[in-house]
Design a protein around this ligand. Structure first.
Ligand SMILES: Nc1nc2c(ncn2[C@@H]2O[C@H](COP(=O)(O)OP(=O)(O)OP(=O)(O)O)[C@@H](O)[C@H]2O)c(=O)[nH]1
Length: 318
């Protein structure tokens, strides 16, 4: 049995084990989640969430760790969520292996957690936002969401944050790769890491060109800055924090923060509702009903839309 009220109280007091247990409940899609989310709701909405994405090897975990240090210097409580949508492995193991994060392992004001979401019942659309709620309620003022890889799901997760940082590194043809993966559109901030290597300026220029940053924009529009860092030495990282704070202020002034959060909430509600519907289709009709419809569709006796209508109609009034 999970004692939800006690767990929530402990998490709010910043007890790492309680935070970890709540995130495990999210990850496992536990039945207690409904109660957990209801209890957490009044304490959420405070954290500034920052998504970080970029090709493997650009230095995401090094940058995340450097950003944690920078925010800690400002006295902020920080949460880190590393999401790996392609991995079925869960628990803290993943990040535990990530040596660069170990600098913060003993800091009681830093909460680090990795999540594997492959095969999760509700999919990604609700696991990451719900884990964010836990960290938010635990008093994290900033939450960094690092995604592993740049597949479509990773991009979606990073784009769900208040502010999204796209990381690149010189000499990897990264600009072009990023454009292909559709991540240029989601960047509020671009960071060319490994600026100690040749080609950082060229990458920044290429990016500037691809983003059309030289062109005129509407007055008041956000112009994504391109910054350079050497994350391994912490260089340029304070400037990234400054740019993040600028973007946060811009979001607030333009009503975008609220709009982004509403969009995120609406995705979350839809995902939960769809999961519930899917479960009800299964419960109400069982496979036999679906099989019978499928047989008729396959035999050309019924069209798939008509069959789907019959399935959905069975849900009303249930
Ligand atoms: N030269 C240089 N190397 C760096 C810098 N930042 C990170 N690295 C190195 O780049 C490699 C990849 O860094 P990670 O932080 O693991 O990169 P990642 O993007 O998280 O990579 P994945 O774990 O594969 O997703 C490591 O060997 C780092 O030490 C930098 O600013 N300059």
């Amino acid at each position: 049995m999970v004692d939800v009220p006690t767990l929530v109280e402990q998490a709010r007091a910043g007890r790492p084990r309680a935070v970890a247990r709540l995130i495990s409940l999210v990850e496992n899609g536990a039945p207690e989640l409904r109660e957990v989310m209801a209890a957490l709701a009044p304490y959420t909405g405070q954290a500034f969430t920052v998504g970080l994405t970029g090709s493997p090897g650009v230095g995401k975990s090094t940058s995340t760790s450097a950003l944690v240090s920078a925010y800690r210097r400002l006295g902020k409580r920080v949460g880190v969520l590393a999401v790996d949508p392609s991995s079925p492995f869960s628990g803290g193991a993943l990040l535990g292996d990530r040596v660069r994060m170990q600098d913060h392992a003993t800091d009681p004001e830093v909460f680090i957690r990795s999540m594997a979401t492959r095969g999760h019942l509700g999919g990604l659309s609700w696991t990451a936002p719900q884990a964010l709620r836990v960290l938010d309620a635990a008093g994290c003022e900033v939450i960094l969401v690092e995604t592993v890889g740049v597949g479509q799901s990773e991009v979606e997760i990073a784009a769900q944050a208040d502010t999204t940082v796209v990381l690149l590194a010189p000499g990897m043809g990264d600009g072009i790769q990023a454009a292909k993966a559709g991540i240029l559109e989601i960047g509020d901030l671009f960071v060319v890491n490994k600026a100690d290597r040749d080609g950082a300026d060229a990458t920044a220029r290429e990016l500037n060109h691809m983003l059309g940053l030289g062109e005129a924009r509407e007055p008041g529009a956000w112009r994504p800055p391109i910054l350079k860092t050497v994350a391994a030495r912490g260089e340029g990282v304070d400037e990234v924090v400054e740019a993040l704070e600028k973007h946060r202020a811009w979001l607030g002034e333009h009503g975008e923060l609220a709009a982004r959060r509403r969009r995120r909430a609406s995705d979350e509600i839809e995902a939960i509702a769809l999961t519930a519907l899917r479960a009800r289709i299964g419960d109400l009709h069982g496979d036999r009903h679906l099989d019978a419809l499928a047989e008729r569709v396959a035999a050309g006796e019924l069209d798939p839309y008509g069959a789907a209508d019959q399935l959905v109609a069975g849900l009303t009034g249930a």
